[in-house]
Design a protein around this ligand. Structure first.
Ligand code: UDP
Length: 251
Protein backbone atom coordinates (compact mmCIF):
# COMPACT_ATOMS: atom_id res chain seq x y z
CA UNK A 1 0.00 0.00 0.00
CA UNK A 2 1.49 3.27 -1.17
CA UNK A 3 2.06 6.10 1.32
CA UNK A 4 0.75 8.65 -1.18
CA UNK A 5 -1.48 8.94 -4.21
CA UNK A 6 -0.47 10.85 -7.35
CA UNK A 7 -2.91 13.69 -8.06
CA UNK A 8 -2.95 16.37 -10.77
CA UNK A 9 -0.11 17.43 -13.04
CA UNK A 10 1.48 20.63 -11.73
CA UNK A 11 4.12 21.17 -14.37
CA UNK A 12 5.49 19.44 -17.45
CA UNK A 13 9.09 20.20 -18.32
CA UNK A 14 11.29 18.92 -21.11
CA UNK A 15 12.48 15.82 -19.24
CA UNK A 16 10.12 15.48 -16.27
CA UNK A 17 6.50 15.78 -15.15
CA UNK A 18 5.73 17.08 -11.68
CA UNK A 19 2.52 16.00 -9.89
CA UNK A 20 0.78 17.03 -6.73
CA UNK A 21 0.05 14.12 -4.39
CA UNK A 22 -2.61 13.67 -1.71
CA UNK A 23 0.10 14.61 0.81
CA UNK A 24 0.86 18.33 1.02
CA UNK A 25 4.48 17.59 1.93
CA UNK A 26 5.18 15.28 -1.03
CA UNK A 27 5.46 16.00 -4.75
CA UNK A 28 5.92 13.20 -7.33
CA UNK A 29 8.34 13.63 -10.23
CA UNK A 30 8.15 11.36 -13.29
CA UNK A 31 11.31 11.14 -15.40
CA UNK A 32 10.50 10.99 -19.12
CA UNK A 33 12.42 9.42 -22.00
CA UNK A 34 12.40 12.73 -23.93
CA UNK A 35 15.78 14.20 -24.81
CA UNK A 36 16.00 17.85 -25.85
CA UNK A 37 18.83 20.21 -26.70
CA UNK A 38 19.38 23.70 -28.07
CA UNK A 39 16.38 25.12 -26.24
CA UNK A 40 14.22 22.16 -27.35
CA UNK A 41 14.90 22.73 -31.08
CA UNK A 42 16.32 19.20 -31.11
CA UNK A 43 14.07 16.52 -29.66
CA UNK A 44 14.05 12.72 -29.49
CA UNK A 45 12.69 9.83 -27.48
CA UNK A 46 15.42 7.69 -25.96
CA UNK A 47 13.95 4.53 -24.44
CA UNK A 48 15.27 3.97 -20.94
CA UNK A 49 16.73 7.46 -20.43
CA UNK A 50 14.09 8.47 -17.87
CA UNK A 51 14.72 5.43 -15.68
CA UNK A 52 18.49 5.91 -15.91
CA UNK A 53 18.32 9.59 -14.94
CA UNK A 54 15.90 8.85 -12.11
CA UNK A 55 18.21 6.20 -10.67
CA UNK A 56 21.42 8.21 -11.19
CA UNK A 57 19.83 11.32 -9.62
CA UNK A 58 18.58 9.30 -6.65
CA UNK A 59 22.02 7.79 -6.06
CA UNK A 60 23.64 11.22 -6.23
CA UNK A 61 21.02 12.79 -3.94
CA UNK A 62 21.59 9.94 -1.45
CA UNK A 63 25.31 10.67 -1.56
CA UNK A 64 24.82 14.41 -1.12
CA UNK A 65 22.31 13.95 1.72
CA UNK A 66 24.86 11.77 3.51
CA UNK A 67 27.40 14.59 3.02
CA UNK A 68 25.13 17.20 4.63
CA UNK A 69 23.70 18.86 1.51
CA UNK A 70 20.07 19.99 2.01
CA UNK A 71 17.95 18.58 -0.84
CA UNK A 72 14.30 18.14 -1.80
CA UNK A 73 14.86 14.38 -2.23
CA UNK A 74 12.66 11.92 -0.29
CA UNK A 75 13.16 8.66 -2.20
CA UNK A 76 12.12 6.75 -5.31
CA UNK A 77 9.17 4.57 -6.26
CA UNK A 78 9.55 2.20 -9.21
CA UNK A 79 11.90 2.97 -12.07
CA UNK A 80 10.82 6.46 -13.14
CA UNK A 81 9.36 8.13 -10.07
CA UNK A 82 11.08 10.29 -7.48
CA UNK A 83 9.30 11.75 -4.46
CA UNK A 84 10.48 15.16 -3.35
CA UNK A 85 9.56 17.95 -0.96
CA UNK A 86 7.59 20.76 -2.58
CA UNK A 87 9.76 23.80 -3.24
CA UNK A 88 9.41 27.14 -4.97
CA UNK A 89 12.09 26.91 -7.63
CA UNK A 90 14.33 29.98 -7.96
CA UNK A 91 14.38 30.72 -11.71
CA UNK A 92 18.17 30.67 -11.82
CA UNK A 93 20.30 27.93 -13.37
CA UNK A 94 23.44 27.62 -11.28
CA UNK A 95 26.35 26.27 -13.35
CA UNK A 96 29.72 25.29 -11.90
CA UNK A 97 32.59 24.68 -14.32
CA UNK A 98 35.89 22.92 -13.66
CA UNK A 99 36.98 22.45 -17.28
CA UNK A 100 36.10 24.72 -20.20
CA UNK A 101 33.37 23.33 -22.46
CA UNK A 102 30.08 24.28 -24.08
CA UNK A 103 28.87 27.86 -23.89
CA UNK A 104 31.99 29.06 -22.07
CA UNK A 105 34.05 28.21 -25.16
CA UNK A 106 31.46 29.62 -27.54
CA UNK A 107 31.36 32.93 -25.67
CA UNK A 108 34.97 33.43 -24.54
CA UNK A 109 38.35 32.75 -26.15
CA UNK A 110 39.04 29.64 -24.06
CA UNK A 111 39.91 26.32 -25.71
CA UNK A 112 37.65 23.36 -24.90
CA UNK A 113 39.26 21.07 -22.34
CA UNK A 114 41.20 23.87 -20.59
CA UNK A 115 41.41 23.12 -16.86
CA UNK A 116 40.14 26.23 -15.08
CA UNK A 117 42.39 27.65 -12.33
CA UNK A 118 39.43 27.52 -9.94
CA UNK A 119 35.77 26.51 -10.26
CA UNK A 120 33.79 29.09 -12.20
CA UNK A 121 30.24 29.82 -11.05
CA UNK A 122 27.87 31.11 -13.75
CA UNK A 123 24.25 32.04 -13.07
CA UNK A 124 21.64 32.08 -15.85
CA UNK A 125 18.08 33.38 -15.79
CA UNK A 126 15.87 30.34 -16.37
CA UNK A 127 13.62 31.43 -19.23
CA UNK A 128 13.51 29.46 -22.47
CA UNK A 129 11.84 32.33 -24.35
CA UNK A 130 14.82 34.56 -23.51
CA UNK A 131 17.35 31.77 -24.15
CA UNK A 132 18.45 31.50 -20.49
CA UNK A 133 20.61 34.68 -20.46
CA UNK A 134 23.74 34.95 -18.33
CA UNK A 135 23.09 36.96 -15.16
CA UNK A 136 25.33 39.49 -13.50
CA UNK A 137 25.02 40.15 -9.76
CA UNK A 138 23.45 43.52 -10.58
CA UNK A 139 20.88 41.89 -12.91
CA UNK A 140 20.08 39.34 -10.20
CA UNK A 141 19.40 42.18 -7.76
CA UNK A 142 17.43 44.11 -10.38
CA UNK A 143 15.12 41.12 -10.88
CA UNK A 144 14.86 40.67 -7.09
CA UNK A 145 15.56 36.96 -7.43
CA UNK A 146 18.02 36.64 -4.54
CA UNK A 147 19.25 39.12 -1.97
CA UNK A 148 22.97 39.39 -1.17
CA UNK A 149 22.77 36.95 1.77
CA UNK A 150 20.83 34.38 -0.26
CA UNK A 151 23.28 34.71 -3.15
CA UNK A 152 26.14 34.00 -0.79
CA UNK A 153 24.36 30.85 0.49
CA UNK A 154 23.71 29.73 -3.11
CA UNK A 155 27.38 30.25 -4.04
CA UNK A 156 28.66 28.33 -1.01
CA UNK A 157 26.20 25.49 -1.57
CA UNK A 158 27.06 25.21 -5.28
CA UNK A 159 30.80 25.12 -4.57
CA UNK A 160 30.30 22.57 -1.78
CA UNK A 161 28.26 20.38 -4.16
CA UNK A 162 31.03 20.75 -6.75
CA UNK A 163 33.63 19.43 -4.28
CA UNK A 164 31.41 16.48 -3.30
CA UNK A 165 30.47 15.61 -6.89
CA UNK A 166 34.01 16.01 -8.23
CA UNK A 167 35.32 13.61 -5.58
CA UNK A 168 32.48 11.15 -6.14
CA UNK A 169 32.95 11.08 -9.92
CA UNK A 170 36.72 10.91 -9.51
CA UNK A 171 36.26 7.64 -7.61
CA UNK A 172 34.13 6.47 -10.57
CA UNK A 173 36.92 7.27 -13.05
CA UNK A 174 34.95 10.25 -14.36
CA UNK A 175 35.94 13.88 -14.68
CA UNK A 176 33.23 16.36 -13.72
CA UNK A 177 33.68 19.01 -16.40
CA UNK A 178 30.68 21.14 -15.43
CA UNK A 179 27.12 20.82 -14.15
CA UNK A 180 23.89 22.73 -13.65
CA UNK A 181 21.77 22.71 -10.52
CA UNK A 182 18.50 24.33 -9.54
CA UNK A 183 17.58 25.40 -6.04
CA UNK A 184 14.31 26.12 -4.33
CA UNK A 185 12.81 27.37 -1.09
CA UNK A 186 10.71 24.98 0.98
CA UNK A 187 7.62 26.24 2.82
CA UNK A 188 9.75 26.80 5.95
CA UNK A 189 12.17 29.00 4.00
CA UNK A 190 15.04 26.48 3.74
CA UNK A 191 17.15 26.61 0.59
CA UNK A 192 17.20 23.12 -0.94
CA UNK A 193 18.97 21.52 -3.88
CA UNK A 194 16.16 20.52 -6.27
CA UNK A 195 15.57 19.25 -9.83
CA UNK A 196 17.96 16.44 -10.87
CA UNK A 197 21.67 15.69 -11.16
CA UNK A 198 22.28 13.34 -14.09
CA UNK A 199 24.17 13.07 -17.38
CA UNK A 200 21.49 15.43 -18.76
CA UNK A 201 22.76 18.16 -16.43
CA UNK A 202 26.46 17.31 -15.99
CA UNK A 203 29.35 16.96 -18.43
CA UNK A 204 31.23 13.78 -17.54
CA UNK A 205 34.37 12.54 -19.27
CA UNK A 206 35.77 9.03 -18.91
CA UNK A 207 39.21 9.49 -17.38
CA UNK A 208 40.47 6.24 -18.95
CA UNK A 209 39.90 7.58 -22.48
CA UNK A 210 42.59 10.03 -23.53
CA UNK A 211 40.82 12.38 -25.85
CA UNK A 212 38.08 13.06 -28.32
CA UNK A 213 34.44 12.17 -28.38
CA UNK A 214 34.82 8.64 -27.03
CA UNK A 215 35.32 9.96 -23.50
CA UNK A 216 31.96 11.80 -23.46
CA UNK A 217 29.40 10.07 -21.21
CA UNK A 218 26.74 12.79 -21.02
CA UNK A 219 24.14 14.72 -23.01
CA UNK A 220 26.80 16.05 -25.38
CA UNK A 221 26.48 12.63 -27.09
CA UNK A 222 22.92 13.67 -27.97
CA UNK A 223 23.75 17.33 -28.70
CA UNK A 224 26.57 16.34 -31.07
CA UNK A 225 24.85 13.30 -32.65
CA UNK A 226 27.53 10.94 -31.36
CA UNK A 227 25.11 8.04 -30.72
CA UNK A 228 25.26 5.67 -27.77
CA UNK A 229 23.47 8.12 -25.45
CA UNK A 230 21.58 5.54 -23.38
CA UNK A 231 24.63 3.27 -23.28
CA UNK A 232 26.75 6.16 -21.94
CA UNK A 233 24.16 6.98 -19.25
CA UNK A 234 24.11 3.25 -18.37
CA UNK A 235 27.86 3.33 -17.93
CA UNK A 236 27.55 6.31 -15.56
CA UNK A 237 24.90 4.43 -13.55
CA UNK A 238 27.10 1.34 -13.35
CA UNK A 239 29.94 3.42 -11.93
CA UNK A 240 28.05 5.60 -9.46
CA UNK A 241 25.97 2.80 -7.95
CA UNK A 242 29.09 1.29 -6.43
CA UNK A 243 29.95 4.59 -4.71
CA UNK A 244 26.59 5.80 -3.35
CA UNK A 245 24.07 4.53 -0.80
CA UNK A 246 21.22 2.59 -2.46
CA UNK A 247 18.22 4.86 -3.07
CA UNK A 248 15.54 4.59 -0.38
CA UNK A 249 12.12 3.51 -1.56
CA UNK A 250 9.54 6.10 -0.52
CA UNK A 251 6.45 4.89 1.22
N1 UDP B 1 22.93 22.68 -18.60
C1 UDP B 1 21.70 22.14 -18.25
N2 UDP B 1 20.57 22.78 -18.66
C2 UDP B 1 20.59 23.93 -19.39
C3 UDP B 1 21.85 24.48 -19.73
C4 UDP B 1 23.00 23.82 -19.32
O1 UDP B 1 21.63 21.12 -17.58
O2 UDP B 1 19.52 24.46 -19.73
C5 UDP B 1 24.17 22.01 -18.15
C6 UDP B 1 24.93 21.39 -19.30
O3 UDP B 1 24.56 20.03 -19.50
C7 UDP B 1 26.36 21.51 -18.83
C8 UDP B 1 26.36 22.77 -17.97
O4 UDP B 1 25.02 22.99 -17.60
O5 UDP B 1 26.69 20.39 -18.00
C9 UDP B 1 26.92 23.98 -18.68
O6 UDP B 1 26.24 24.16 -19.90
P1 UDP B 1 26.70 25.31 -20.92
O7 UDP B 1 26.46 26.64 -20.32
O8 UDP B 1 28.09 25.02 -21.38
O9 UDP B 1 25.68 25.23 -22.11
P2 UDP B 1 25.54 24.25 -23.36
O10 UDP B 1 26.87 24.05 -23.99
O11 UDP B 1 24.96 22.99 -22.78
O12 UDP B 1 24.58 24.99 -24.24
Amino acid sequence: MSAYRVAELLHEGKAKRVYRTDRPDVVAVEFKDDATAFNAQKHAQLAGKGALNCRISALIFEHLVARGVPTHYLGIDGSNWMLVRPVTIIPVEVVVRNVAAGSLCRQLPIAPGTLLPQPLLDLYYKDDALGDPLLTEARLQLLGLLDAAQLSVVQQLALHINVELSQLFERCGLQLVDFKIELGFSSDGALLLADEISPDTCRLWDRAVADGNDRILDKDRFRQDLGGVVEAYGEVLKRVQGECPQPRVYG
